[in-house]
Design a protein around this ligand. Sequence first.
Ligand code: GLU
Length: 446
Amino acid sequence: MSALVRFAPSPTGLLHVGNARTAMLNHLFARREGARFLLRIDDTDMERSKPEFEAAIITDLEWLGIGHDLFARQVLRADAHRAASETLKARGRLYPCYETALELDRKRRRQTAQRLPPIYDRAALALSAEERANLESQGRRPHWRFLLSHAKITWRDLVRRDVEIDTATLSDPVLIREDGRFLYTLPSVVDDVDFDVTHIIRGEDHVTNTAAQIEIFEALGAPVPHFAHFPLLVGAGGEALSKRLGSLTVRSLREDEGIEPLALACYLAKTGTSDPIELRGSLAALAQEFAFEKIGRAPAHFDPAELAHLNAKLLHALPYAAVAMRLSDMNIGGGAAFWEAVKPNLSRMLDAANLWLIVKGPVAPVIEDVHLAENAAALLPPEPWDDELWARWTKAIGDATGAKGRALFQPLRLALTGCEHGPELKKLLPLIGRAKALARLNGETA
Ligand code: GLU
């Protein structure tokens, strides 16, 4: 049986960087091992799941370069979930409970007051058939709990090494709500079984779930997959990255921050590992370097500045051929000469559009030194220009006016571009051209 991983987002919000990292680690492992990738939409929460979130998640994954070999939606698998729950009932591992949320809350408060762990006391197990019938006749509907074995569950985690959880320290998890709907725990196991998932790679917030889920795999007579739980990505101050933090969605990184997919991929692949956070040329290269052993045990901090830095570095290294289409889609002209002139100044692709406006105009020049500007205009040679133009022209202006260094170059920059900073003038001037340069040096908007 070939290996299969799955990424199982709930379509209750946009993909955020934490979940994108889960997807990326699954992808890199799959790519390295030649495993297939199942994208499973965990949409059992019908109130909060939305088709538009599902579509957005798929778009974001594709943008990151993460495709899938198999696709499933949990809502369409309700029959399989139902059948598994009947099996568990028949095996005495799923039992009905009638406590209301309020009653459970009272129990928990009492336990806490007595300094006891707030573990469900299994009172419902002691109900007789008559008592249950009685409760049902009062209109109470059961929710269903999985009967944990109260044994020590152990597994060899691919990141955390040997893990042991005593299920006596856990409440029997509720698998089915009183309205008959399944919570996450059982459908996840049933789908993992039916699709033959071999490796479950997810955040360490699921470690406790894993103990219960291993018991469910076993209760269903199914093989238990391998598990890898990596530390979560947290904010700079250690706070959880919630799905609702809009600025940390993949969409906002793409659309608002101008992050390139490969920069984000490299960041997600390397952060929290023993490798330096550096650029690689492709997901295939990242996959070659992927290893669970490199993932550390401390939470990984998401640092937007580091990501922005990586993004800028990636842009600076892009050849014109790699961006020609995008530049033309952005209505940016100037060909390779423009790209080579501006790319060292870019932190986002979007910045190129502003720099193109400086070339194309109209630009309102800033004339700081009238005498210098007049001389510069008078000394600007006719086109065609060669590579020596800039050196010859600025030397002639310097000779005529006595200006040098910043006093020479800054007034030229302000006159030619209207800005205090920007790409090398030597490269910009030929793109601006003689007619516009002369007009700007004469103080005209051009
Ligand atoms: N839908 C679950 C989540 O987003 C999946 C967890 C899992 O990987 O099993 O947390």
